[in-house]
Design a protein around this ligand. Structure first.
Ligand SMILES: Nc1ncnc2c1ncn2[C@@H]1O[C@H](COP(=O)(O)OP(=O)(O)OP(=O)(O)O)[C@@H](O)[C@H]1O
Ligand SMILES: O=c1ccn([C@@H]2O[C@H](COP(=O)(O)O)[C@@H](O)[C@H]2O)c(=O)[nH]1
Length: 165
């Protein structure tokens, strides 16, 4: 029998801590390479929860949190939001999900992000799924995405490509 509980903020399943039972796959690739699209297909077939770090940051802006303005400015400039902010959002989302299998989309953006994630959550990812896509195709897709994102404009796209390299 599978049992699950959350005590003192530490969820556990079958006597294992959340960190011990959690299976995490990092889904990486350039902006517009198709990470979100592929994650949506994967969760239809497999029992993973899809967590997009960018979506969590955008939700934080919409919530009117004290970090909202800082996050919005960083996204507009194609910069990387401080690890402690993003890792906390990911950790909260994982613990709230009721699941222990996660596709983490668009995170980590750098080595410091990765180290902070492992330090704070105690979770080591299983593997990385990487989408390789030519820059001109990513640019074409982002300019045609049409979802009202503040970063889907040519100035921000060029800056985001720089921070991706
Ligand atoms: N294989 C594909 N061929 C053509 N268009 C695609 C393909 N995959 C995704 N797209 C389209 O490209 C755009 C970007 O895709 P998606 O949002 O999945 O990328 P992403 O890597 O998650 O981007 P970001 O990191 O900016 O959030 C979307 O409009 C999507 O419909
Ligand atoms: O771990 C992350 C993820 C995202 N950001 C910022 O958000 C934008 C948009 O990210 P998408 O993955 O394209 O949704 C990205 O350019 C960064 O500014 C981040 O800082 N850290």
């Amino acid at each position: 029998m599978v049992t699950a509980s959350v005590e003192n903020g530490v969820a556990s399943q079958n006597g294992q801590t959340f960190a011990q039972s959690a299976k995490v796959v990092f889904v990486l690739g350039g902006p517009g390479s198709g990470k979100g699209t592929q994650c949506a297909s994967i969760v239809e077939q497999f029992a993973f929860t899809h967590l997009s770090a960018g979506d969590l940051l955008r939700a934080e802006i919409s919530s009117g949190s004290e970090n909202g303005l800082m996050i919005q400015n960083m996204i507009k400039e194609g910069k990387i939001v401080p690890s402690e902010v993003t890792v906390k959002l990911l950790q909260n989302a994982m613990e709230r999900s009721g699941n222990d299998k996660f596709l983490i989309d668009g995170f980590p953006r750098n080595e410091e992000n990765r180290a902070a994630f492992e330090l704070v959550t105690g979770i080591t990812p299983e593997f990385i799924l990487f989408f390789d896509c030519p820059e001109e195709e990513m640019e074409r897709r982002l300019l045609g995405r049409n979802q009202g994102r503040v970063d889907d404009n040519i100035e921000t796209i060029k800056k985001t490509f720089q921070s991706f390299h």
